[in-house]
Design a binder for this molecule. Structure first.
Ligand SMILES: C[S@@+](CC[C@H](N)C(=O)[O-])C[C@H]1O[C@@H](n2cnc3c(N)ncnc32)[C@H](O)[C@@H]1O
Length: 262
């Protein structure tokens, strides 16, 4: 039975936890199954689950990288050398697409074999292990933090902790950009249901994630949507720009900043 006195974010977590519990008995804390199971053939599995869309995985990876660079620049955090922490980086698929921004990138993940592959692919990027509890960095180390399609794999009861840890390592004024699948898009739900490694996924809506970020101490919250069409041409790009506030894109990015010291 829902508790009426819960905050909206706590109510979201409660409902999502119950759904996750029903689905698979609830994932373990910390890194959960991602830390303990063999890392999936990520690109092949994504390709298989989205084959009905007619575009490759690169279309989505590049789209997120371009939006990330654009938002970082808009927030005044996109200077060359800006320190970016990519939490749940996997094999680092997005990192080559970020090269034009010349960020100083650190990637962390709970899956050791993903990090081995990430280091093999991008030997100049710093990849470090994360136990899913405490990020291995001092407070105020990074200008930007990203979590790209990660939160839906974190058990809902751990969402506040995940967001608070990202906040801790951000510099005052720094920003978290959390990219997520949009559960309000039926094609996204179809792709997720077809993806083997998404069997633990608990999707969260953009407003729900913004509320969680607010409760975790972020401010200047905003969100925008991506991937309204599967086309990559000038018209489609213009549409992406016009529609970014329409909550029907296949994915979204929730943005929040760490408070500046008074
Ligand atoms: C769907 S993959 C996304 C990988 C990468 N961000 C990308 O977009 O290519 C999800 C990643 O989240 C990682 N992950 C799962 N739980 C995590 C946690 N609690 N903290 C950090 N990363 C986690 C997994 O190991 C996996 O690499």
């Amino acid at each position: 039975m829902a508790d009426d006195r819960r905050s909206p974010a706590a109510a979201t977590i409660g409902a999502a936890s119950e759904a996750a519990q029903r689905k698979d008995g609830g994932a373990a804390d910390g890194g959960g199954r991602w830390a303990n199971e063999r890392y999936p053939d990520y690109e092949r599995e994504v390709r298989r689950s989205i084959d009905f869309v007619g575009v490759g995985h690169d279309f989505f990876t590049r789209g997120k990288a371009e939006r990330l660079i654009e938002i970082a620049s808009r927030l005044g955090l996109g200077a060359p050398g800006a320190r970016l922490l990519d939490i749940g980086c996997g094999v680092g698929l997005v990192h080559p697409w970020l090269a034009p921004a010349r960020f100083s990138i650190t990637g962390v993940d709970v899956a050791a074999d993903a990090l081995i592959e990430a280091r093999r692919r991008q030997p100049t990027i710093d990849y470090q292990a994360y136990d899913g509890e405490r990020l291995p960095f001092a407070e105020a180390s990074f200008d930007l933090a990203t979590a790209i399609c990660v939160l839906h794999h974190v058990p809902p009861r751990r969402w506040p902790h995940f967001l608070a840890e990202a906040n801790r390592v951000l510099k005052p004024g720094g920003a978290l950009l959390a990219f997520e699948h949009n559960p309000w898009n039926p094609l996204t739900r179809l792709a997720v249901s077809r993806c083997e490694f998404d069997r633990d996924a608990t999707l969260l809506s953009a407003p729900a994630l913004s509320r969680l970020m607010s409760e975790a101490g972020y401010f200047e919250l905003s969100r925008e949507f991506l991937f309204f069409t599967p086309f990559d041409n000038a018209v489609a790009r213009r549409m992406e720009a016009w529609l970014r506030r329409a909550p029907i894109g296949a994915q979204y990015v929730a943005i929040g900043r760490k408070r500046r010291r008074k």
